[in-house]
Design a protein around this ligand. Structure first.
Ligand code: 13P
Ligand code: SF4
Length: 411
C-alpha cells in the first residue's frame, strides 16, 4: 500500500493568541462558568491535516483547531488543589487515570491516590477493571470515550472536554466510512486515537503498544488490512510485518514534527546516546532509532538499555517519568525545530496541555465535563476494543493470542 505525501508546503504558522484576541464564537464558554484564571489562559491555534480524498493517493487539506492552555500555578495553589482533589476522590468514589503526556502534577497525583499513569492501552484496561464509580481521565477525548465505552455504567469525567487529537480530528466518520466502503475485502484496523463512531466501523482497535502483534496475527491469518488514521505508524507496521495495507492519511501534529537531519546532528554531539522513538514519528526518524515503541515501551527501554544518555522522540511530557525513574541517566529531547519548523514544533501536545489541577478539582466537585457516548454506538464500538484487550491479555499471559484472530473468510 502507498499513499502520497500532501503536496503543499507547510505554512509557517505561529499564532499563540491571548484569549481577548479570539472572536467570541471561536471559543465556547466552558461549562460551570469561567474562573479568573481563565482570563490569562493562552489559546493556541493549531493547524492539522485532513485527507480530502480518503484513499491511496489522498491529499491533505489544512484545517484549524485550538487548544486552551491553563496557566502554571504557584506552589501554594498546587498544594491546595492537590489536597482538595485527594479529599474529593474519596468522597466521590473516584480514581484518576492519567496519560504520560499530561502535566507532572496529574501524573504524580494519579499514582499517589491509587490511580494510574500509563499508555493508552493500560489506561483503557485500568478504567474498565477498577471498582471506582467515577473515572477522572486526564488525557484527550478519545481516552475518555474509550473508558466510557468500556464502562457505560461509570461516570467518566475529563478536565477539559475540548482536549482533542489531530488523528481524531483528521478522520471524520463520513469520509472514513466512504473509504471503508471502497475496500470491502479488507479488515479495518483503527488506532485508539479515533472517535467512537470510527471505532464502531472497525474490526480491530490497536494502540502503538500492540499494533505490530495484532497486524502480524491478522496477516498470518490471511487478512488484508485497511489502516487508519496515523500514516507513520501504518507505514512502520507495513515495513515490519510485510502485511498488505492501505492507509488513511492522518498524522499526529507532535510526532510529525521530529526532524531526521537535526537528530543525526544531535547524535553526533552525544555518540553514546541511544535513540528512543514513538512510531507516530516520520520514517526517517524511526530509521535512526535504537528502540521504537509506545510510551510504555520507551520507558521500559530507558530502564533496561545499558546507556547513560538517551535522545527521546516523543511528547516531552514523557520526560517527567523518564527522569524520575532513571535519575542516573540523562535524557535529551529529539529536535523538532528544523528548516520547516512550525508553531507545533515544541514536542508537546497542545491538547494534552489543556489538562490542569484546577479543572480536575472543579469537575470532581461539580460533576461537570462528563463524557457522553451515543448509547446506540457503544456495543459496536466496544467490539474492536474488546478484541484488542483479549488479544493483549492472552499475549501477556503467554497464551496463543493468534488463536483469537479468525482466519480470513471465517465467520
Ligand atoms: P500511547 O500512550 O499508546 O503510546 O499513545 C501515544 C499517544 O499519542 C497518545 O496520545
Ligand atoms: Fe493526538 Fe499526537 Fe496529541 Fe497524542 S500527542 S493526543 S496522537 S495530537
Amino acid at each position: 500500500g502507498t499513499f502520497v505525501r500532501p503536496a503543499r508546503t507547510r505554512r509557517i504558522h505561529s499564532h499563540l493568541l491571548r484569549r481577548d484576541n479570539i472572536a467570541p464564537h471561536d471559543v465556547p464558554p466552558r461549562p460551570g462558568g469561567e474562573s479568573t484564571a481563565m482570563n490569562t489562559t493562552a489559546i493556541k491555534d493549531v493547524e492539522y491535516e485532513q485527507p480530502t480524498a480518503g484513499s491511496d493517493g489522498a491529499v491533505c487539506s489544512t484545517k484549524h483547531a485550538w487548544a486552551r492552555v491553563p496557566p502554571e500555578l504557584s506552589q501554594e495553589e498546587r498544594a491546595r488543589l492537590k489536597e482538595r482533589i485527594r479529599r474529593l476522590l474519596k468522597e466521590k468514589n473516584a480514581v484518576m487515570v492519567s496519560h504520560y503526556y499530561v502535566h507532572p502534577d496529574l501524573q504524580d497525583l494519579a499514582e499517589e491516590t491509587g490511580g494510574i499513569v500509563s499508555d493508552s492501552l493500560e489506561m483503557a484496561r485500568f478504567g474498565r477493571d477498577h471498582a471506582a464509580q467515577t473515572l477522572v481521565v486526564s488525557g484527550v477525548k478519545f481516552m475518555g470515550e474509550t473508558a466510557k465505552i468500556l464502562s457505560p455504567e461509570k461516570t467518566v469525567l475529563m478536565p477539559d472536554l475540548d482536549a482533542t487529537c489531530s488523528l481524531d480530528l483528521g478522520c471524520p466518520i463520513d469520509q472514513f466510512s466512504a473509504f471503508c466502503d471502497q475496500h470491502p475485502d479488507r479488515t479495518v484496523v483503527v488506532y485508539a486515537n479515533t472517535s467512537a463512531a470510527v471505532k464502531a466501523r472497525a474490526d480491530w482497535l490497536v494502540t502503538s503498544s500492540c499494533a505490530l502483534d495484532i497486524v502480524r496475527a491478522l496477516k498470518d491469518a490471511g487478512h488484508k488490512i485497511l489502516w487508519a488514521p496515523d500514516r507513520h505508524l501504518g507505514a512502520y507496521i507495513e515495513q515490519q510485518t510485510g502485511a498488505d495495507m492501505v492507509f488513511w492519511n492522518g498524522a499526529c501534529i507532535v510526532h510529525d514534527e521530529f526532524k531526521a537531519l537535526e537528530l543525526e546532528l544531535l547524535k553526533k554531539e552525544h555518540p553514546g546516546a541511544k535513540v528512543l522513538v514513538h512510531p507516530e514519528s516520520p520514517a526517517e526518524v524511526v530509521a535512526l532509532a535504537d528502540a521504537v515503541g509506545s510510551t510504555s515501551a520507551i520507558l521500559k527501554a530507558a530502564r533496561e538499555m545499558d546507556a547513560k544518555e538517551f535522545i527521546v522522540a516523543t511528547d516531552n511530557g514523557m520526560m517527567h517519568k523518564l527522569r524520575t525513574l532513571n535519575p542516573a541517566k540523562t535524557f535529551y529531547e529529539a529536535p523538532t525545530a528544523g528548516n520547516s519548523a512550525t508553531c507545533k514544533s515544541c514536542a508537546h501536545c497542545p491538547w494534552m496541555a489543556m489538562n490542569g489541577l484546577a479543572d480536575v478539582a472543579r469537575v470532581l466537585e461539580t460533576g461537570a465535563n462528563a463524557i457522553h457516548v451515543d448509547p446506540a454506538l457503544i456495543p459496536r464500538a466496544r467490539l474492536p476494543i474488546d478484541r484488542m484487550l483479549a488479544f493483549t491479555a492472552a499475549l501477556k499471559s503467554g497464551q496463543p493470542a493468534g488463536a483469537l484472530v479468525p482466519h480470513f473468510g471465517a465467520a
